[in-house]
Design a protein around this ligand. Structure first.
Ligand code: SAM
Ligand code: SF4
Length: 343
């Protein structure tokens, strides 16, 4: 599929808040602040990656400016992600700037936790309310195989530092692959229960070409995961929402919620409330489609012009697709990796 850049002049201006053609209100922005990472998770990246040259990447000032525009248009929640967001130089300054925006209810971050031991307190002080941490296995050998470069011990220490820092919430994200880590789900839930934190299991999405495994063969559905967990834990469905696609269950006699993000087995697009900004400045209207608007071009050709930027963001809602169409049996249609997308 080729990139779809749209002539925004062909749409009539709409009023805020941000509402798309299907009546969905957009109040959640995910911002990728770098495409770089110190891990090479097998489902996310290929082993050899080429990262973006600096000139193509939004500056911290540009990222802050765009974030502010979204909050002025009704966005209440911003997630900082990547790549690995804690690797971006100046990340604390950016977090602080966004954290101070009065109109924003929640600033949250997704991290692989490799830098969390040193940075947890500073992130909390900068205004981050909740942290999502990727952790697919508690076995250090398997962890090395799945991340290719990661050190499990550092990640576990990072989680403990996050607990001490006192965030409003900590959630583990685990991507489950058949015959790689599908036998780990009970241990992961036990870890979440012991640490009084939440956990979400994610079905792998076909973003970018990877060589390590066949995604169709590695597919392990949320239903299978839930049934595995039920062998040891009693799960009760709860209506809780954290503004994302997770469907939650409570683990009996614990504080832990177990979430399921099921892009294949339970499409969540009808309730989609989010858009993504890549570090190149592309506003992606859908994770599983290429519909986008080049916000970098707009802000670089109209420096400091907040109204122009907001006008273009409002118009962009008109090209938000109805849903993603992932097909694990075919070659990925979306060639950008999750790390370049802002997961
Ligand atoms: N580096 C940070 C981390 O790993 O938490 C943030 C960026 S990472 C791209 C965000 C989330 O996307 C992680 O929880 C990761 O497990 C998930 N992810 C990456 N590739 C994926 C894929 N192909 N399918 C589903 N989830 C994926
Ligand atoms: Fe890096 Fe996160 Fe992708 Fe793993 S999932 S390679 S930690 S960006």
């Amino acid at each position: 599929m080729s990139l779809i850049f749209v002539d925004l002049m062909s749409f009539s201006s709409d009023t805020t808040p941000l509402v798309d053609r299907f009546g969905r209100t957009i109040d959640y922005l995910r911002v990728s602040i770098t495409d770089r990472c110190d891990f090479r998770c097998v489902y996310c990246m290929s082993e050899e990656m080429t990262f973006l040259p600096r000139a193509q990447v939004l500056t911290l000032e540009e990222l802050g400016f765009i974030a502010k525009a979204f909050t002025e248009l009704g966005v209440k929640k911003i997630r900082i992600t990547g790549g690995e967001p804690l690797l971006r130089k100046g990340v604390l300054k950016l977090l602080q700037e966004i954290g101070e925006i009065k109109a924003l209810d929640e600033l949250v971050i997704t991290t692989n936790a490799s830098k969390l031991e040193e940075m947890a307190v500073a992130i909390k002080e900068a205004g981050v309310k909740r942290v999502n941490i990727s952790l697919d296995t508690l076995d250090s050998e398997k962890f090395k195989q799945m991340t290719r470069t990661g050190d499990l011990n550092k990640v576990l220490k990072g989680i403990q530092s996050a607990k001490k820092a006192g965030f409003d919430g900590i959630k583990i994200n685990a991507v489950i692959l058949k015959n790689r880590n599908h036998r780990e789900v009970i241990d992961l839930v036990q870890y979440a229960v012991d640490n009084q934190i939440d956990i979400s299991f994610i079905e792998e999405m076909p973003l970018g070409i990877i060589a390590g495994h066949d995604r169709a063969e590695a597919y392990y559905s949320s239903d299978l995961i839930r049934s595995d967990i039920s062998r040891k834990f009693e799960l009760t469905a709860v209506p809780d929402k954290t503004g994302g696609p997770s469907v939650y269950y409570k683990v009996k006699d614990s504080q832990t919620r177990v979430g399921f993000i099921s892009p294949h087995s339970a499409n969540f697009c009808s309730n989609c409330n989010r858009v993504r900004l890549t570090v190149e400045g592309r506003l992606l209207l859908c994770l599983g489609n290429e519909h986008s608007v080049d916000l970098k071009k707009i802000i670089r050709s109209n420096p400091g012009n907040m109204e122009k930027l907001k006008e273009n963001i409002i118009k962009a809602m008109q090209i938000k697709p109805e849903k993603h169409e992932f097909n694990l049996q075919e070659k990925p249609v979306i060639l950008r990796y999750m790390s370049a997308t802002g997961g």
